[in-house]
Write a protein that binds this ligand. Structure first.
Ligand code: ASP
Ligand code: MG
Length: 295
């Protein structure tokens, strides 16, 4: 079994989604696919919160744009027989959930900070909830699973952290022994063990979701599908001679991530390093490029 994580740009356009479909459907073994929100959507969801909190309704046209983008993508990538159902799901998330959350933020003068934070977390989870709905409708023989059921966080000294024990237990309950061939889950999103409220693993956290699942389930590898060919010797926008680093150790990758290489979310390395699971960084836009392997 392997775990494939697709980032925001990989699920952000018709062209890239069709590549995602090809990549996943050409895997012979069992796969778990973890997806980010469509590129830019997490930022938009948060920006709309800020606007609504100023009691301004200018979030409305942005939400309409977000909705239209998801619908247009469904038309282009989801097989015809599943399009209507998929669109209804998105309709429900946008109209049933998001529009009323933003309305609540806009129209209430005296919401407590804690409540605002909870609504914000509930809102931001919708990026991955909607992208995963589309991806699971798009890929043949895919079965959707809901990450907050098994990715658990808790608060330690006021800081949100992964609750490793609870997560390990719930991931095993959810997946051990499953014969499902292509499992689709949301990256990034989680649930607080105590309150049952939606939480998340922090910005960029979808990589971490992939690593957590790979480590707990003892996957053969974790593949991080992104929009660059791998870790590079230098920033290719600044240095035209930058080349892909074909192979790195976990320590080297951790150092580069900590130093600000945006390729992988830093907490991702530890769980897979602990189990000796190789991590491949691959380019959805250039799938035949070898990429970087971290091992
Ligand atoms: N969608 C989330 C973000 O933009 C998580 C991720 O993409 O990894 O931060
Ligand atoms: Mg990322």
């Amino acid at each position: 079994m392997k775990v494939l994580k697709f980032g925001g740009t990989s699920v952000g356009s018709v062209e890239s989604l069709l590549n995602v479909k090809k990549i996943v459907e050409s895997c012979d073994e069992q796969v778990i696919v973890a997806v980010s929100a469509l590129g830019g959507v997490t930022n938009q969801l948060l920006e709309m919160c800020d606007i609504a909190l100023k009691h301004d309704e200018a979030w409305q046209p942005i939400l309409n744009t977000v909705k239209q983008r998801h619908m247009d993508i469904i038309d282009a990538v989801v097989p015809e027989g599943a399009q209507e159902m998929c669109k209804q799901v998105i309709e429900q998330f946008i109209e049933g959930n998001l529009r009323s959350y933003y309305g609540t933020l806009q129209l209430n003068e005296d919401l407590e900070e804690v409540v605002i934070a909870q609504v914000r977390d509930a809102i931001v989870a919708h990026g991955e909830i909607m992208s995963s709905a589309i991806v699971s409708c798009m890929i043949e023989e895919a079965t959707p699973h809901f990450s907050p059921k098994f990715i658990k966080t808790h608060e330690i000294n006021g800081e949100r952290r992964l609750d490793w024990e609870a997560t390990e237990e719930m991931v095993k309950v959810e997946f051990e022994g499953t014969q499902e061939k292509r499992i689709v889950v949301q990256g990034f999103i989680a649930e607080d063990v105590e309150t049952g409220l939606k939480t998340n693993l922090g910005r960029g956290g979808s990589d971490y979701t992939g690593a957590i699942l790979a480590a707990i389930l003892g996957a053969d590898c974790l593949e991080i599908w992104t929009d660059v060919d791998g870790f590079m010797t230098a920033d290719p926008r600044k240095d035209p001679n930058a080349t892909v680093i074909p192979e790195m150790t976990y320590e080297q990758a951790q150092e580069m991530c900590d130093a600000g290489a945006k390729v992988i979310y830093p907490p991702t390395i530890a769980p897979v390093a602990g189990k000796g699971i190789p991590v491949w960084v691959k380019n959805t836009f250039n799938p035949t490029a070898v990429g970087t392997v971290i091992k």
